[in-house]
Design a protein around this ligand. Structure first.
Ligand SMILES: [Mn+2]
Length: 265
C-alpha cells in the first residue's frame, strides 16, 4: 500500500512537473472545424511508415477494409511516418503521401485527413494546411487539432503529444497509472486540462500505442501499427451510425466488421 502510494505520488509529481508549462500557459491549439454527414468513418494512427517507404507490413488491409465496408472517410491521427521529422518541401510531402495512398490501397473515392504529430516522426509543416488531390481522392494534411461535428456528436482528434511529448514515456505513464487504478491518464488529462473539452464530447488520440475505448470518459486511442518493443495492435476506431468502436483490422476476414469489434469498456 505504502509502496503503491509512493509510486503514484512520484508519477503524479513527475507528470505535473513535466507538464507545468501547459498548466501555466494554455498552449495555443489551432483547431480545424469539420462538419460532415458521413455515417461511417475510420480513425487510425501511428503507422510509422519509413520515409524510404520500404516496408514489409501489410498496410493494404486498411484500404481493403474500407472498400469491403463502403467507408469513404479516413482520419490518420499522427505518426504516419517514422523518420521524417524534418522541414520537408511541399512537393516531397505530396509525393510521399501519394505513395502512401497506394501502400494503404485506399478506395478511389476516399477523403483522407492526416494530422501530423508535432514532436517527432512526421514532417514539420507549421500551421500550413496542405490539400492534395489524387485522382478522385481528396487528401488534407494539417498539424492542428480537428473538431469533427456529426449531427449532435463532437469528436476531437489529436495525435496526443501536446503534454507528454515522448511516445514511450506516454506509454509508460499510462501503463503505471492504469496499474494504480487510474486508467487512460494521458487521454483524460489532455481532454480535461489541455484542450478543456466538454465531458460529453469525445477525444480520439494516438501516441501512446495503447488501444482502448472508454464510453465512461469518452476517450479512445487508436493503437499502433508498428512493432517496437511494444506490439503492433493493428487497431482502429470505427464510427458507424453514431457509435464508436475499437476494431482489430487483422481479425477482419469477412465483409462484416462486427466480428472484429472488441469489447468496449
Ligand atoms: Mn507513435
Amino acid at each position: 500500500m505504502i509502496i503503491s502510494t509512493t509510486i503514484l505520488a512520484t508519477v503524479f509529481v513527475a507528470f505535473m512537473l513535466y507538464n507545468l508549462r501547459n498548466f501555466l500557459i494554455k498552449p495555443v491549439v489551432q483547431c480545424l472545424d469539420i462538419k460532415i454527414g458521413e455515417t461511417k468513418i475510420l480513425f487510425i494512427s501511428d503507422l510509422h511508415i519509413p520515409k524510404s517507404l520500404k516496408i514489409r507490413d501489410k498496410f493494404s488491409i486498411i484500404g481493403e477494409f474500407m472498400k469491403k465496408n463502403n467507408l469513404r472517410l479516413l482520419f490518420i491521427i499522427g505518426d504516419l511516418f517514422d523518420d521524417f521529422h524534418v522541414k520537408a518541401s511541399l512537393s516531397e510531402i505530396e509525393e510521399k503521401i501519394r505513395k502512401i495512398v497506394d501502400i494503404l490501397d485506399l478506395p478511389s473515392n476516399v477523403t483522407m485527413y492526416v494530422i501530423f504529430s508535432n514532436s517527432s516522426h512526421d514532417p514539420i509543416i507549421g500551421n500550413k494546411k496542405i490539400s492534395i488531390t489524387c485522382g478522385r481522392r481528396r487528401i488534407i494534411v494539417t498539424n492542428n487539432l480537428i473538431r469533427l461535428t456529426i449531427g449532435n456528436m463532437k469528436i476531437y482528434l489529436l495525435h496526443g503529444d501536446l503534454g507528454v511529448k515522448n511516445g514511450a514515456l506516454a506509454y509508460l505513464l499510462n501503463k503505471i497509472a492504469w496499474f494504480l487504478g487510474y486508467p487512460y491518464l494521458i487521454e483524460r488529462f489532455t481532454k480535461r486540462y489541455i484542450l478543456r473539452v466538454e465531458d460529453r464530447d469525445w477525444l480520439i488520440m494516438g501516441h501512446t500505442h495503447i488501444p482502448f475505448i472508454s464510453d465512461e470518459f469518452k476517450v479512445a486511442n487508436t493503437g499502433s501499427w508498428k512493432q517496437y518493443w511494444r506490439d503492433s495492435s493493428s487497431t482502429a476506431i470505427l464510427y458507424d451510425k453514431g457509435r464508436l468502436s475499437l476494431i482489430n483490422l487483422k481479425q477482419c476476414s469477412t465483409n462484416e466488421y462486427e466480428s472484429a469489434m472488441e469489447k468496449t469498456s
